[in-house]
Design a protein around this ligand. Structure first.
Ligand code: ADP
Length: 489
């Protein structure tokens, strides 16, 4: 099968969160299973160009119809750790992808609508006719719309679209100017409630477009698929999902064990495996040295992730002080986009500056993330909602025991050491709590820290059991292939 992934991120060349990991990891596994995969991404100024091999121009003069005129684009091609990627450079006056960052611009809907349109034109003009277009999140939600409403009439009628939603919170809301720009036009038609009209506002909703028009829609864990349909986690799209329930489901994300394995990780001090955790002790020591923390007989609790309401920042904050009060050390690696949250964590950082048992690293740092996964004993993931969550899955492989809130994909991947009645003790791998208040978090974290202090052999057993889990892309990729086969049939 010939599959083209169209997305706004692909690790490690451009990554703001899990989406980048997923796009890369899934593509790699699909190829390993014998399929042809190509990726189309925007050519951002802020990409990690050192991770692209052999970048050259592939299609110099791509004229993209836009706003009744045209935007000139150039398409570059290169390999990102073996994956063939096409990068679209847009020569528009707004310099859409030369903003020094991936998201957070006031014209994000227009930028990604332009990218989506350019991607379709690139396929059309270069005569690429994949079997499957796999689009991700709101940024590419208009692609199934354009495929069905326009491009199928230009000889692209056998292409099928699969649409994966990684986060319902961000849907791409815009006005009718998007319709005019992309050439979809006809606001009366697209503003119908069964088309692109947002379920609550008089606006165009990109994600809703993806759901309505794609041949198959999924989100990134089975439990989150249920939550999105039946609770406010669907962020207003519940009725649309209900209407399209026959083509909607959940496929759990995998992770790429070439990038995330303590046996092969080049960012960490010493390799280790479940049978021999000596290397992990060296990684813990190295982490403390790197972060100028005290070397002592205490567990290290960590948090890695975006500092945002989704991730339960109030509980992340509480877990710092509560861990310290329970004789644990704490390491945080996170970046905030909201200034209020950013200020709060900077204040905490200054406040805790002289405490040798804690380190807060504010920003995005891939290498340090690897060191923390390897050096810490426990990770907290107290999310308000979590479509899949990768940090707990990566942590399991690094023997870093997860303490998670029982929502979304967290509940599909972490099984409580004390209370999971569906699994025998030898298959449990972490701690789960349900309440979203401090006492909920404490109940999970306390059990993890207590086990570390009171029963080291059992704690190590729990670590080994987590490390034995296989959350690779093998099974999820098979499920995606089944979906692709189904929608082609
Ligand atoms: P998200 O909701 O952000 O997609 P996930 O848990 O699915 O959350 O994926 C997060 C990914 O981003 C993981 O690979 C994690 O290691 C990485 N990550 C998150 N924040 C940071 C950071 N500040 N520095 C380095 N890596 C980070």
């Amino acid at each position: 099968m010939y599959i083209v992934q169209i997305a706004s991120e692909c690790a490690p060349v451009i990554k703001a969160g899990g989406l980048g990991d997923v796009v890369y990891g899934l593509s790699q596994e699909l190829e390993a299973q014998g399929h042809t995969v190509e990726l189309i991404l925007p050519k951002y100024d802020c990409m990690r160009y050192d991770n692209i091999w052999g970048l050259h121009d592939a299609y110099r003069e791509l004229s993209v119809p836009w706003n009744g005129a045209a935007v000139q684009c150039s398409v570059y091609c290169g390999w990102v750790h073996g994956r063939l990627c096409f990068f679209i450079e847009t020569h528009d006056i707004a310099h859409s992808f030369n903003r020094g960052r991936v998201y957070g611009e006031s014209d994000d809907p227009m930028r990604f609508a332009l990218f989506s349109k350019a991607a379709m034109e690139f396929l059309l003009q270069s005569n690429k006719r994949p079997d499957i277009l796999h689009c991700h999140d709101w940024q590419t939600g208009l692609i199934p719309v354009m495929l069905y409403e326009m491009y199928q009439y230009y000889g692209m009628d056998h292409l099928r679209a699969c649409y994966t939603i990684h986060n319902f919170k961000h849907q791409g809301i815009a006005g009718p100017e998007i319709l005019a720009a992309t050439g979809l036009n006809r606001p009366d038609y697209y503003y119908q409630p069964d088309k692109l009209r947002d379920n609550h506002n008089n606006a165009i909703n990109f994600m809703k477009g993806g759901i309505v028009y794609a041949n198959n829609v999924n989100t990134v864990s089975p439990h989150h698929a249920w939550e999105a349909r039946f609770s406010e986690i669907g962020c207003g799209l519940q009725a649309t999902l209900e209407q399209h329930q026959g083509k909607f489901g959940g496929i759990l994300n995998g992770i790429n064990y070439d990038m995330w394995s303590p046996q092969e990780d080049t960012h960490i001090t010493a390799p280790y495996c479940a049978e021999d955790l000596t290397g992990k002790a060296l990684c813990k020591k190295a982490l403390r040295e790197r972060l100028l923390m005290r070397d002592c007989e205490k567990p290290i609790v960590c948090f890695i992730g975006r500092l945002d309401q989704q991730k339960g920042v109030h509980l992340v904050h509480h877990s710092i002080y509560w861990s310290l009060s329970q004789r644990a050390q704490f390491v945080l690696l996170g970046s905030a986009t909201e200034s209020g949250i950013n200020d709060m964590f900077w204040r905490e950082k200054h406040h805790l500056n002289d405490n040798p048992d804690v380190h807060l690293e504010l920003g995005f740092n891939e290498e340090l993330a690897h060191m923390i996964y390897a050096g810490a004993d426990i990770i907290v993931v107290p999310s308000n909602y979590e479509p899949c969550g990768l940090t707990q899955v990566i942590s399991l492989k690094y023997g870093n025991v997860p303490v998670v809130r029982g929502v979304g994909g967290l509940i599909n991947t972490v099984f409580d050491w004390d209370y999971d009645e569906n699994l025998p003790e030898e298959e449990r791998n972490g701690f789960v709590f349900f309440q979203s208040d401090s006492s909920g978090l404490e109940s999970g974290l306390q059990r993890a820290i207590d086990l570390w202090y009171k029963n080291q052999p059992k704690f190590q057993q729990l670590q080994s059991q987590g490390m034995a889990y296989d959350y690779s892309w093998k099974d999820p990729a098979k499920k995606y292939i089944e979906v692709y086969d189904h929608i082609r049939a």
